[in-house]
Write a protein that binds this ligand. Structure first.
Ligand code: FDA
Length: 307
């Protein structure tokens, strides 16, 4: 395993400790503010409005995952519906992301499917696009099944995510082709064993580029979600060389990460969306951001030592 992956794996493991969580919840406020738009829907909508002013569109995400019971899953559905209804009033592109474990996938696939169906039934008439985030590898199969089931029911305004670190992903992409999916392609943010995922960052990067080219070549609409300047440059060059117009793909980045690059890409005429998370359940999201970037761990350690 190389150093990047070893670091990420360690952070995600340590982050599970309740003591570490309690400490970070108390002391990492600065980092939370950087990555999370706020705890309320109003704060998230204000952040989205600011981004719109800069030419960057927002993907709103009510933070939550791995619920413990059905009541919690239903409460998250209610929160997402509130978001969908609020977005329906806005003049900007309307877009939300959610996680199936937030809607009870681990309790029952049928529950997650029916709660998501309820969300799509309200989102589609309001022109709100719904992206199903992809979670860790044991949940990929069920997530794809739910997505396919909803597409078979006729829902169009729903998209899926594929992760380049998984060996299975190219086959998943090819299997999805007949559905003409709206894809988000990412490297992958979870701790995955070598039995299912590439461990070498160079291979994960190369695979992201390969999958992006494949999806574009197949005529899919692709959201390339990365902060990696090399990857962004390669995608731009590839699209230009093949005459693929700018309305066939877009770049997605996280709120608070490389904001100047987000604005620059928008000025260059690319569609850019920032993933804007909000809510009180920010801890797992923040852990993944710390795992992606060692500098974030130093910020946490500094705030812990700072008293
Ligand atoms: P990489 O990690 O190689 O970083 C490249 C450079 O980007 C770094 O050198 C640094 O400069 C900058 N950078 C990266 N992460 C940073 C951070 N946290 N803070 C500051 N700078 C950072 N994953 C998943 O498994 N399922 C999903 O559904 C999604 N969805 C998703 C949506 C969107 C909009 C984005 C941007 C990302 C995701 N991801 C995701 C996360 C993704 O899998 C991946 O973990 C992160 O994007 C980090 O990888 P990069 O491609 O940015 O490159």
């Amino acid at each position: 395993m190389n150093l990047d992956l070893a670091y990420r794996s360690l952070v995600l493991k340590v982050a599970h400790s309740p003591q570490v969580e309690a400490l970070i919840r108390r002391r990492a406020r600065g980092l939370v503010r950087r990555y999370v738009a706020g705890e309320s829907l109003e704060e998230a909508l204000r952040a989205a409005e600011r981004l719109e002013g800069e030419g960057v569109h927002a993907i709103l995400d009510l933070l939550g995952e791995m619920v413990a019971d059905e009541a919690q899953a239903r409460a998250f559905q209610e929160g997402i519906l509130e978001l969908v209804r609020a977005l329906g009033e806005k003049p900007w592109p309307r877009y939300v992301s959610l996680k199936l474990t937030q809607l009870g996938l681990d309790l029952s696939e049928g529950l997650a499917l029916s709660l998501l169906r309820g969300i799509l039934a309200e989102a589609e008439p309001r022109g709100v696009f719904v992206r199903i985030d992809m979670e860790d590898s044991p949940r990929v199969e069920a997530t794809l099944r739910v997505y396919k089931a909803l597409r078979a029911e006729g829902f169009e305004g729903v998209g899926i995510v594929l992760q380049s670190y998984l060996y299975r992903t190219e086959k998943d992409l090819l299997d999805l082709l007949p559905l003409r999916p709206n894809l988000r392609l990412v490297k992958g943010a979870y701790r995955e064993p070598k039995e299912v995922a590439f461990q070498d960052k160079r291979l994960i990067d190369a695979q992201l580029l390969h999958l992006t080219k494949l999806a574009l070549h197949e005529g899919l609409y692709v959201a390339v979600a990365t902060h990696d300047p090399r990857m962004i440059g390669e995608v731009k060059r590839h699209a230009e060389a093949l005459g693929i117009p700018k309305d066939r793909f877009e770049f997605q980045l996280l709120y608070g990460v490389r904001p100047e690059e987000q604005r620059r890409l928008a000025r260059e005429g690319y569609t850019v969306r920032a993933y804007v998370p909000y809510g009180t359940h920010w801890y797992p999201y923040l852990s993944r951001r710390i795992a992606e970037r060692p500098e974030n761990l130093f910020l946490v350690l500094r705030s812990l030592l700072g008293g």
